[in-house]
Design a protein around this ligand. Structure first.
Ligand SMILES: [Zn+2]
Length: 396
């Protein structure tokens, strides 16, 4: 199971954008971090987006590049990169930037999405659904449980998280076909091949009704629970994407900083682990992820090279290359599991360091390794030996 996040594409886009604007451009001109506690001015923008589609957005500028390129945060939480030649107008509005509440978010989604979608709202989530209310309610229930479990888990480890700035939006399509059509346009071909994704750009989870391939899709809560629990690995995908969304909306990761993929993916896989003893398919955090463990064992037996840890930590390349992605994901899970079980304080130290990184600044491979060495363990050879020894003892 390879999980595709549209994040990768977005990082590439921003990387290009940053480079175009000059490597020196972003650092000195950051106007503010992507956080809720900094007052920001509200402006009205008209521009063509990266696909040359005309856009009208009320939002705030997070970063200005030297050539006039803008990074704009919309009131719905969407991030826009605006090339200077594509900016048509920019005017100040009265008042400060404020994230939309659910009511405004619903109005905007109704305008954007094709007709026939209903809305289900819970404390933190807004689910736009083409799959009926019962399925959306099941999703929202799962998301809220995950939200609480995620925060509790980190609170017990002295990591304080903030409340999300925006309502957490999930779009649920009625079946795979409808999902693919939307995903191709929204996040590209890779995302359309997945069972769901979280987009750093739009800040939303996009999924589809996992019961829809059955002869008669489930309509009551009891039928839904029976159907989804027959395949907990499907639920794992949904939990995985929802974990990314919570992590990027609670200050765990910052949406536009250089988060190493081994860390963000490792964390999502640590939380996604299906719980086969529970009737809803997910309840407990930090169980052994058997699918990832088996893959990692296979990798160790057949393909793992001596510098595997180093290549995993220093670059995202193994995750973005289709031939090595499955092994890289499995190693990221195994390393996260090992660190959280045996070296929690060091892992949390590294997390804190990454949370403080400036946005839109890309680290070199050497800098990434240095961060890990400084905060976790300097001797990578020793860490590798201890890590493999620990993982070998786990029974699949
Ligand atoms: Zn992921």
């Amino acid at each position: 199971m390879t999980v595709v996040d549209s994040r990768r594409g977005f990082l590439r886009t921003l990387g290009r954008f940053g480079l175009q604007c000059g490597a020196l451009g972003w650092a000195s001109e950051l106007l503010g971090q992507v956080g809720p506690n900094i007052s920001k001015s509200l402006e009205h923008f008209q521009f063509d987006d990266s696909r040359m589609k005309s856009r009208v957005v009320n939002g705030t500028v997070l970063t200005t590049a030297r050539d006039g390129g803008l990074l704009v945060l919309g009131q719905d939480g969407r991030l826009w990169t605006v090339e200077p030649q594509n900016l048509k107008s920019r005017e100040p509005l009265e008042g400060e930037f404020k994230p939309w509440d659910s009511k405004s978010m619903i109005r905007s989604l109704e305008n954007e999405l094709v007709r026939g979608c209903e809305f289900v709202q819970t404390r933190h989530y807004l689910v736009a659904t083409y799959a009926g209310r019962a399925y959306a309610q099941w999703c929202a229930g799962l998301f809220e449980r995950l939200y609480q479990a995620f925060r509790n888990y980190w609170k017990q480890r002295d990591v304080t998280l903030r409340d999300p700035e925006f309502p957490l939006v999930a779009v649920v399509f009625k079946d795979e076909r409808q999902f693919r059509r939307f995903a191709t346009e929204d996040a590209g071909a890779d995302a359309a091949e997945s069972k769901g994704y979280f987009s750093i750009e739009s800040n939303r989870i996009v999924i589809y009704d996992l019961t829809s391939s059955e002869r008669s899709p489930a309509t009551t809560m009891a039928e839904i629970v029976r159907s989804v629990s027959a395949n907990p690995f499907n639920i794992a995908t949904v939990v995985h994407e929802a974990t990314h969304q919570i992590a990027f909306n609670s200050g765990m990761h910052v949406r536009l900083s250089d988060n190493p993929l081994w860390l963000t993916e490792g964390m999502a896989m640590f939380f996604e682990t299906p719980d086969l003893t529970n009737r809803t398919g997910w309840r407990t955090i930090g169980l052994v992820n058997e699918l990832r463990l088996r893959q990692f064992q296979n990798y160790c037996d057949k393909r793992r090279e001596a510098n595997s840890l180093e290549t995993l930590l220093s670059s995202d390349r193994r995750f973005t290359d289709a031939d090595s992605a499955v092994d890289a994901y499995s190693e990221a899970w195994a390393l996260t599991y090992y660190l959280l079980r045996t070296q929690q304080a060091s892992y949390v130290r590294l997390l804190r360091k990454l949370q403080e990184q400036p946005v839109l600044q890309w680290q070199t491979e050497a800098e990434r390794l240095e961060d890990f060495r400084k905060n976790v363990l300097d001797d990578l050879g020793k860490l590798d030996a201890d890590f493999l020894k620990y993982i070998r003892k786990i029974k699949a």
